[in-house]
Write a protein that binds this ligand. Sequence first.
Ligand code: SIN
Ligand code: FE2
Length: 203
Amino acid sequence: MAEPATLTIRGFHIHRGWLDRAAQAAVLDDLRGVIAAAPLVHPVTAGGRAMSVRMTAAGRLGWVSDTKGYRYQPNQPGGAPWPPIPESILSIWRALGPGRAPDCCLINFYGAGARMGLHQDRDEGDFSFPVISLSLGDEGLFRMGNVERGGKTESIWLSSGDVVVMGGAARLAHHGVDRIRFGSSTLLPRGGRVNVTLRAVAP
Ligand code: SIN
Ligand code: FE2
């Protein structure tokens, strides 16, 4: 197998093909277990709009959004704790991230037509830790911007198995997913894109 290529755009470190197909399938299998314990939901924004992405989480803390706003919390909306972060995902953090373990593994599912607007990840307590993202399934057009709102942006198609490390200068940079190429990957039998992000939330 060829060495995975790494490129840096605006401080975002993009590791192409960090997971091979077998490792991607193993993570997906583990995610099915997480989703069985913590079902995917369309989060609602404080303004009352349902997001097009479906989400769930694993770990000590999960990220939720409802009409009261968004936050990290130790329980699912139904009250149960979040399932543990699978070892297959923790090992990505250990290979690329700093010493301590992540508190949250956020799981986003993009069906046909789903997108995520430009935003910052700034609900975590300590920005010295990166956010590490893994893409699985269909390709997604990932847009990278600036810490400040507006200005020039650059986009790249993320493929199944790609890992992005958002740390340092990119930790608070705006980013989002404009669209996916539904059906471009055969990893998910019914199509769609999964993005998993690992986060150190507690200070
Ligand atoms: C996110 O910013 O939470 C998700 C990014 C992605 O789907 O690649
Ligand atoms: Fe984000």
